[in-house]
Design a protein around this ligand. Structure first.
Ligand code: SF4
Length: 468
């Protein structure tokens, strides 16, 4: 394994190479999975997904990661790409939880329940749409059905507008120890344009409650490229957020995909959305301010304090990537519950019905609510390993890959490596005695480099959100 040197660590704080980003930034997947979810199919019998759980629970199976999708939101933010159900009817939470319990029990009946659960994530939607007592009921279900490992990472997505101190107490009672706060932008005018009014004092209050309750790590989510956002305003947002003293930040590029998310049609593409140059300026400002504040650029829009577990995992070559983004939980099978959620085992992906009615109907019939998925070929699994190591380590160690994949990496993937010449000539990566290393200017273009190993893009480009 090649560990980052002092010089590569220092280089990570260098300014962005904007001309190279302009030259190479093209639409591509975020590689939270490989192959990406756009490749899933609905040919369920051929996929033999019913066998996936049994296959994944053979003797000696490793740890488990859980994802619970809690889809309700009181109002819709117009930029949002999540699978949400907008309602103010609180009773919806209890009904949903009844069905979620059914799905968990149907699944655990097929699992080895002694496998340690090392990570749990409550995502949404707005998990704190659930009243505190419903969160306690959810916690009791998880503790009853799974063997949760001591020290497991248990995280929740928090909307500061829908959080009370009672929620924080309930979350800590069930074992939640990490939170991710949706902030997006602190400018009231931008908030009005995206239908998400969230004064800064709500963010301050949420973090005070969580710090006092003993949350170990707090992440803040921001988005650049939103309607009427400008670089100087986004600079103030970064300053506002730094006063919150988060442990991690995610600075996402807004993906304008109205053909997939009709709510985004409300934005006037030409009048409201920032230009590509303005977006790039916002990303550059975020990068400059956060690295100056000594956050480590993990790649793919994620920044963390140097002593945060993600930054430590990256330095030690143990960082991993799943549907929630970067994680320290390497090689855990992912079991996901709730509408639209995606489970992952070594050689399968299974996605639940996106429509609540269909998800419910499946469960009522006593069936796992799977709508589509993928069974990975051996070659898919090899390419997943290559892309994962590139996205997480920013380098490919040929000897380590050859050993892991059971082949001569440089020889087998000579054609792919040959497709990197232009990137190398422009200084986005370099070849070393051990293999390939992404340089500081190449880090913002990790997705573009990874796409050179993805046959979907080396043969026929597809329609995706822009890389920056
Ligand atoms: S951004 Fe969060 S709160 Fe807003 S609609 Fe999406 S999931 Fe709901």
């Amino acid at each position: 394994m090649i560990l980052p040197t002092e010089s590569t660590l220092a280089a990570r704080t260098a300014p962005l190479a904007l001309d190279l980003i302009r030259k190479y930034s093209i639409p591509g997947p975020r590689y939270t999975s490989y192959p990406p979810a756009t490749q899933f199919t609905a040919e369920l019998p051929a996929l033999r997904l019913a066998d996936a759980i049994a296959e994944d629970n053979a003797p000696g199976a490793g740890p488990v990661s859980l994802y619970l999708h809690l889809p309700f939101c009181e109002t819709r933010c117009w930029f949002c790409g999540c699978n949400t159900v907008v309602t103010r009817r609180r009773g919806a939470a209890a009904e949903y939880l009844d069905d979620l319990a059914r799905e968990v029990q149907l699944t655990t009946a097929l699992m080895d329940r002694n496998r340690p659960v090392t990570q749990i994530h409550l995502g949404g939607g707005t998990p704190t749409f659930f009243p505190p007592d419903e969160l306690r009921r959810l916690g009791a279900l998880l503790h009853d059905q799974f063997k949760i490992a001591p020290g497991a990472e248990f995280s929740v997505e928090v909307d500061p507008r829908r959080l009370t101190e009672d929620h924080v107490t309930a979350l800590r009672e069930i074992g939640v120890n990490r939170a991710s706060l949706g902030v997006q932008d602190t400018d009231p005018k931008v908030q009005l344009a995206i239908h998400r009014f969230q004064p800064q004092h709500l963010n301050v209050r949420a973090i005070e409650w969580m710090r006092a309750a003993g949350f170990a790590s707090i992440n803040v989510d921001l988005i650049f490229g939103l309607p009427i956002q400008k670089p100087d305003g986004f600079a103030r947002t970064i300053d506002d957020v730094l006063t919150l003293n988060p442990d991690r930040l995610s600075v996402f590029s807004y993906a304008h995909v109205p053909w997939i998310k009709p709510a985004q049609k409300i934005f006037d593409d030409r009048e409201q959305l920032p230009t590509a140059e303005e977006k790039l300026a916002m990303f550059a400002i975020a990068h400059e301010k956060l690295t100056a504040a000594r956050f480590v650029d993990l790649g793919l829009d994620h920044f963390a304090r140097p002593d945060d577990s993600l930054a430590v995992a990256q330095r030690s070559g143990t960082l991993h990537r799943n549907f929630q983004g970067y994680t320290t939980q390497a090689e855990a099978s992912l079991y996901a519950f709730g509408v639209s959620s995606i489970s992952a085992t070594a050689n399968t992906y299974r996605q639940n019905h996106k429509a609540m009615l269909e998800w419910r109907a499946s469960l009522a019939a006593g069936k796992l609510p799977v709508e589509r998925g993928l069974r990975l070929t051996d070659e898919d699994q090899r390419r997943r390993t290559i892309i994962m190591r590139l996205m997480c380590d920013r380098r490919l160690d040929y000897a380590a890959l050859s050993q892991k994949l059971g082949l001569d990496f440089a020889k087998t993937y000579a054609a792919d490596l040959g497709r990197l010449d232009d990137l190398r000539e422009d200084g986005l990566l370099r070849f070393t005695a051990q293999g390939l290393e992404v340089t500081s200017p190449g880090i913002p273009l990790l997705r573009v480099i990874a796409m050179r190993f993805d046959p979907l893009f080396t043969s026929a480009p597809r329609r995706h959100a822009q890389a920056i």
